[in-house]
Design a protein around this ligand. Structure first.
Ligand SMILES: Nc1ncnc2c1ncn2[C@@H]1O[C@H](COP(=O)(O)OP(=O)(O)OP(=O)(O)O)[C@@H](O)[C@H]1O
Length: 751
């Protein structure tokens, strides 16, 4: 024992699986009374003994080598290499356009690389492993109407696994609010340019908080300090550095022009110049590096400013710096050699060499080294396979990493350490993993780790295996609640209430107690046409304008794999349904009785068709909003569609040229207006004929009080029955909604 925290229980074990021996052990401070059998059967069926160790997340070491990226044959990144270890902060600097964001996108797996190697703990970056990565974008993208707490709570409910209780998820939100010093503004709305909310610095931290919720192992931050004053930027960076160190996170940050205080917070620095590596190494050594190539920094000068100036001085100096950086790659410390060692042997010769290589690799790696020491200094208690490598006969009781005193979950999260030995009894590699099922109550994004540690590469690349953090039903439920809450303040705003109540009253007063006679026919039709087209435009443009900003948030969340598109889309329809119905209902309930209710059936049917028409129009708005990325284009298309659908609706013109008449079948107003007239003129009391000069044949032939609806609604034309119009409207609704979904699913996917 070496005077560090002493675990109460150690459960070592060895297992045979085809061609591979697995040695593993567990250290759980709280498992004094449990036998190893019990632990084993509960958690790792099929394993003789399991191996767990309490740790709040799986530390990840990111190594990248010779990464190349090009756009349309333009080389953006060329042979960029580097690495970053758990607990470290890597700063990425370079002039504007040098490729910093591109590098972050490539390393986080959001961008396809042309060549190069990116590994996490020695495993090639796959979609599954990407879930351990979080990416904090430059833009702070949120729903502006939700408070910070609501935003984080919904994010936690969606992105933390189902096996974690609601209470635990909320506790985790509290923890993150605490870590990022956001508790004081948790009930403030996020806000936007129109509505004041969180300050710029708070919004930045909120952005980081929403990503840290999943307890990722690696955090990418693209210019988190841009737009912040120097003291806010400093406190944000201090917080990130503390967080990385205490919680053993791997942090990569791009910055433009940091102050010298911020500059020295980076443990390592990666400089980019025209997409090429200009320096990679310890930040404290960068000034020496420049010195060695004859570029001396003046005393009291900010090294970050000095470096940026050198990188912009012209092609000749740039080339000199890049060449010098290339030379540094021959140092042992550089990850080029290191990353090769982390690979599993491909053939017999490589395998023969592998044991010693891997030991060397451990020595290079900070935390790997600790593990290796552990194995060398302690006795293995349990039976083991014959002829096992002697170096694996020892096991430690010590903790391998420091557990963050900040993390209240530190004592409930197990991590498994596993050594794999091939059939030649050679050490192949080791893994450490979290057991999610029983102990990791899901504060992490590690659901993938459980299966990935042992899987073959093929399995890892099988994207089908990638699971969502929560079930479809959880996603549907949470997203429905969030949609309702988010849309409520927008759709039922005070202004919308004033507009609806005002227009309802005005309509009621204009057509107050209207007579049902031939001369007032056009007024009755006018009310119907007005109310229908008004709500059509209201719903269509409402959906059209609100959807693009919402889509930005959805794309961000989809890019981080938070939920299924289908769950979101369905939730949007369900969550917004009561809100969509509210205002047309209020309008109808105010204005129609003022006209004079002649039958409750007519009143209810008219209400139903008003709602149906509103929902169809909303679907059209959603479809156009999802299809067009340019708001001006989408507004033009919507205006064209909605105004022409009104023209073909049957109120303004009853003598459309025959060659244009087919267009009326594309008009949603046409069907809805016909239905309303059918209901009103067949359900209500008959319309009195004019006493003289009636325009209706039926009146001129002596009848006094019945005008057939066909003569009113579509004189001389064909009229569909009520059910057929209704069916067509429902079909419109379904088709536009499905097309909107398909566009989002296949065309406007998140990048
Ligand atoms: N989709 C693209 N198509 C073509 N070129 C692109 C694309 N995206 C980026 N680039 C180019 O790649 C280069 C690097 O861009 P990147 O955004 O990575 O630079 P940066 O260092 O992050 O810049 P800044 O500091 O200004 O944000 C730039 O020259 C940019 O014009």
């Amino acid at each position: 024992m070496h005077g560090r925290m002493k675990p109460k229980s150690v459960v070592p074990g060895i297992e045979k699986v085809p061609n591979i021996w697995t040695l593993s052990y567990s250290v759980r401070p709280d498992l004094e009374d449990l036998s190893s059998e019990k632990i084993t059967s509960n958690r790792f069926p099929g394993y003789l003994h399991n191996a767990t160790y309490i740790y709040p997340h799986r530390p990840a070491e990111l190594v990248f080598r010779d990464v190349c990226v090009s756009y349309d044959e333009k080389q953006i990144l060329q042979d960029v290499s580097g690495m970053v270890r758990p607990g470290e902060v890597l700063g990425v600097m370079g002039p504007s356009g040098s490729g910093k964001t591109t590098l972050l996108n490539a390393l986080s797996g959001r961008l396809k690389t042309d060549s190069g190697l990116i590994t996490l703990n020695g495993e090639t970056l796959t979609k599954k492993l990407r879930r351990k990565i979080c990416y904090v974008t430059q833009q702070d993208i949120f729903f502006p109407n939700l408070t910070l707490r609501q935003t984080l709570t919904y994010s936690a409910l969606l992105r933390l696994p189902d096996n974690m209780s609601y209470h635990e998820k909320i506790e985790h939100v509290d923890h993150i609010l605490d870590v990022l010093d956001l508790s004081h503004c948790q009930n403030t709305v996020i806000g936007d340019v129109m509505k004041r909310g969180l300050s710029g610095g708070e919004k930045k931290r909120a952005n980081i908080a929403s990503e840290l919720l999943t307890n990722p192992s690696i955090i990418f931050l693209d210019e988190p300090t841009s737009g912040l004053d120097s003291s806010t930027a400093f406190s944000l960076m201090s917080m990130l550095k503390d967080y990385a160190e205490k919680e053993n996170k791997t942090v990569i940050i791009t910055v433009h022009q940091p102050s010298s205080q911020i500059f020295y917070m980076f443990g390592r620095l990666l400089l980019l110049c025209n997409g090429q590596l200009a320096y990679f190494g310890e930040t404290s050594q960068v000034v020496n590096f420049f010195c060695e190539i004859g570029l001396q920094i003046s005393p009291h000068y900010n090294p970050a400013d000095f470096i940026m100036e050198q990188l912009k001085k012209g092609p000749q100096l740039q080339e000199q710096i890049i060449t010098a950086a290339r030379k540094v790659r021959s140092n042992l410390d550089f990850p080029e050699e290191f990353s090769e060692l982390l690979h599993l042997p491909e053939d017999e010769d490589e395998a023969a060499n592998f044991h010693s290589l891997n030991i060397k690799a451990f020595e290079y790696s900070n935390y790997n080294k600790k593990i290796w020491n552990t194995f060398q200094h302690c006795e293995l208690e349990n039976p083991e396979p014959e002829n096992i490598d002697p170096s694996l006969r020892r096991i430690s009781e010590q903790p391998l990493w420091n557990i963050s005193p900040l993390s209240k979950y530190a004592d409930v999260r197990p991590v498994e350490l596993r050594i794999l030995i091939d059939q030649h009894k050679k050490l192949r590699t080791f893994y450490h993993k979290i057991d999610l099922e029983d102990y990791d109550s899901g504060k992490s994004s590690w659901s993938e780790v459980v299966s990935s540690t042992y899987s073959s590469q093929d399995d890892l690349e099988d994207e089908e295996e990638v699971k969502w953090p929560t079930s479809f039903w959880t996603q549907l439920k949470v997203l429905t609640q969030r949609n309702f809450l988010e849309a409520k303040s927008r759709m039922l705003s005070k202004l919308n209430w004033v507009q609806t109540l005002g227009l309802g009253l005005i309509c009621g007063l204009i057509w107050f107690q209207i007579q049902r006679t031939e001369p007032t026919l056009s007024d009755i039709r006018g009310w119907m046409f007005f109310s229908m087209t008004y709500w059509m435009l209201f719903a269509l443009f409402g959906a059209l304008i609100s959807f693009p900003p919402e889509q930005v948030v959805i794309n961000k969340e989809r890019a981080s794999g938070a939920y299924r598109l289908s769950a979101y889309y369905l939730a949007k329809m369900i969550g917004e349904l009561p809100l969509t119905l509210t205002l047309p209902t209020v309008f109808h309930f105010i204005s129609y009785p003022m006209l004079g209710i002649y039958s409750s059936r007519t009143f209810l049917f008219l209400w139903g068709f008003l709602i149906l028409n509103t929902l169809v129009a909303q679907s059209v708005g959603l479809f156009i909003g999802a299809s067009c990325t340019d708001l001006q284009v989408s507004v033009t298309i919507s205006a064209l569609y909605s105004l022409s659908t009104m023209l073909f609706g049957g109120y303004y013109s009853s003598c459309i040229p025959p060659w244009l008449k087919w267009l009326q079948y594309l008009s949603i107003v046409h069907y809805a207006f016909q239905n309303m007239q059918i209901v009103e003129f067949t359900g209500g009391p008959p319309i009195q004929c004019a006493t003289s000069n009636s325009q209706f044949e039926v009146c001129r032939s002596g009848r006094s009080s019945f005008i057939p609806v066909e003569d009113i609604a579509n004189p001389g034309g064909n009229m569909f029955p009520l059910w057929a119009n209704t069916f067509i409207l429902v079909t419109f609704l379904a088709v536009f909604r499905i097309m909107g979904y398909l566009i989002l699913r296949f065309i406007h996917k998140p990048k």
